[in-house]
Design a binder for this molecule. Structure first.
Ligand SMILES: Cc1cc2nc3c(=O)[nH]c(=O)nc-3n(C[C@H](O)[C@H](O)[C@H](O)COP(=O)(O)OP(=O)(O)OC[C@H]3O[C@@H](n4cnc5c(N)ncnc54)[C@H](O)[C@@H]3O)c2cc1C
Length: 483
């Protein structure tokens, strides 16, 4: 396998294949979910003869990345398939015998395809968790309080405010919610005015709880999220491996280059040159760039990106969503499977969410978002672990977890990503300025022979693995329409 890679790499770098008809060559920058969507379409199209994928990291999958933590697997990035579009049976966790409708989440179709080809044995659990606050019981102890009513009130307030924000797109709208819930007191809901739905990043605790539980608990008429074992990162990584190693006799030569960071992209009169940390690659007809807005700003384009696209980049930030995975054999029994818990941090203001991984009961996952996560991203990972375990200790009878392994994410400080996932920034300018709403569309507009994709560009479901995948497919189809 390695030898084959090397041969294709040399082919790409030194000599374009000589053919009577024009050989169509495409470069794809980035190797995550969006790249998978693009590669799947282009690699199967006879009009494309060669594709080279450039990925800065040493693994495929991008933000979809699964790590082993003791005997469990921990998704450092996406942890469940949202908007599955299907109800799956516990009796068929590998989906091999399940008919998936056309509208099913594309990653479920990919899981089914990989499992059916016996390349993997991914298992899916569909879970509609109950959510609780862990709050003082008034007698020196702690109790779990069912949350739905409070969450609904916050969500209704958010919905009302977003109706207003949609008419004033650039107004950093905010409302005050008089909490009657377990965290009684007046809390402030700061809303990003993106008009596309609540954002969980960079905002206040209550909004995080509301938005996050909204994501995790299936509303009436929709199906619950699906947790995948070993992990979603393994699914995306394996799929990229399969796509970059097409079967013998395939009409398209595909080379996957890991650890190859792209520095600049230059469009000449009719060809594209790509400079990487490992040297230059010549002779591409088209390029699809699938990296995050943060990483995009670090690539030099010749000719430069249009002013509107550069302006749009300033309106799409990457928010903070921090995860910690702790493996211990003495997680308190009262932290039940398939149940989500929220509790206030020891600072009395910030909020932790925590739950057992549905596939690995000894893996306790802690999650923080918004400004709290942003603060945690500035701390050492040991400090974050100690802060989270101190909260668990104080809430569950002074328990000291027997930690045998653990991992903490820090996406904000990962230079090839720059944060967890995108949100729209209101700039405080005129309230009726529609530009912030258009920014995502502007990010994906074509720049001569360069196409763009990535979760931030898929307005309908940004910040998701399926949104990223669809954006890659859209870019690939737009490219094919040019031929
Ligand atoms: C903590 C967390 C939890 C999440 N939870 C969920 C969830 O439960 N469900 C869900 O649907 N989504 C979730 N998401 C969002 C989801 O992970 C993303 O929307 C999706 O993975 C983005 O895919 P992408 O291909 O657009 O970008 P990326 O995954 O960022 O892929 C882009 C790739 O480009 C590479 N790259 C960057 N710069 C360069 C360069 N100069 N040269 C070469 N390569 C470069 C990067 O290394 C990266 O691999 C979560 C994300 C995070 C971080």
């Amino acid at each position: 396998m390695i030898k084959r890679h090397r041969r294709l790499l040399l082919l790409s770098r030194n000599c374009r294949p000589q053919a009577k008809e024009k050989t169509m060559r495409v470069a794809i920058i980035g190797g995550g979910c969006a790249a998978a969507g693009a590669l799947e379409i282009l690699g199967a199209n006879p009009k494309i003869q060669e594709i080279v994928v450039f990925e800065a990291a040493s693994h495929w999958g991008g933000r979809a990345w699964t790590r082993k933590v003791d005997e469990a697997y921990f998704d450092m990035g996406p942890q469940f398939v949202q908007d599955p579009g299907v109800t799956i049976s516990d009796a068929d966790p590998t989906l091999k015998g399940t008919d998936l409708p056309e509208t099913a989440n594309p990653w479920l179709k990919i899981i089914k395809k990989l499992n059916t080809a016996n390349l993997s044995n991914f298992t899916c659990l569909q879970i509609d968790p109950t959510t609780y606050y862990r709050v003082p019981d008034g007698a020196g102890g702690w109790q779990d309080v069912f949350t739905t009513n409070d969450i609904n009130q916050v969500n209704n307030t958010i919905d009302t405010d977003f109706q207003f924000a949609a008419t004033k797109p650039n107004l950093p709208a905010s409302v005050t919610y008089q909490s009657g819930g377990p965290f009684a007191g007046t809390v402030h809901l700061a809303l990003g005015s993106n008009g596309y739905g609540p954002i969980a990043e960079s905002v206040e605790t209550w909004q995080y709880i509301a938005a996050d539980s909204d994501r995790q608990v299936a509303p009436a008429g929709e199906q619950p999220n699906i947790y995948v074992a070993p992990g979603i990162g393994d699914v995306v990584g394996l799929y990229m491996n399969v796509l970059t190693n097409p079967a013998e006799g395939s009409s398209c030569a595909i080379t996957g280059n890991l650890k190859t960071k792209v520095l600049s992209i230059q469009q000449g009169s009719n060809q594209i040159k790509i400079d990487t940390e490992n040297g230059s690659f010549y002779g591409f007809d088209f390029c699809i760039v699938t990296i995050s807005p943060y990483a995009l700003a670090n690539i030099a384009f010749t000719p430069p990106l249009p002013a509107e696209k550069i302006k749009a980049l300033k309106y799409i930030g990457l928010g903070n969503y921090k995860k910690i995975g702790i493996y211990a054999d003495n997680i308190p029994e009262s932290i039940k499977m398939n149940t989500e818990y929220y509790t206030i941090d020891l600072d009395g203001q910030s909020c932790w969410q925590y739950f057992r991984n549905p596939h690995f009961k000894n893996l306790l996952i802690g999650v923080a978002s918004g400004n709290f996560a942003r603060t945690l991203e500035t701390m050492d990972k040991e400090q974050v672990r100690d802060r989270f375990t101190a909260v668990i200790k104080s809430r569950y009878g002074d328990v000291t977890l027997n930690i045998t392994d653990w991992a903490v994410t820090n996406w904000a400080n990962e230079p090839r990503i720059g944060g967890a996932y995108s949100y729209t920034i209101a700039d405080g300018g005129p309230a009726d300025d529609p530009f912030p709403l258009q920014a995502r569309d502007l990010l994906q507009t074509t720049h001569q022979n360069i196409f763009f994709a990535g979760e931030a560009d898929w307005t309908e479901a940004y910040g998701t693995i399926h949104g990223a995948y669809y954006s890659g497919q859209r870019a690939a189809n737009a490219l094919l329409n040019r031929l």
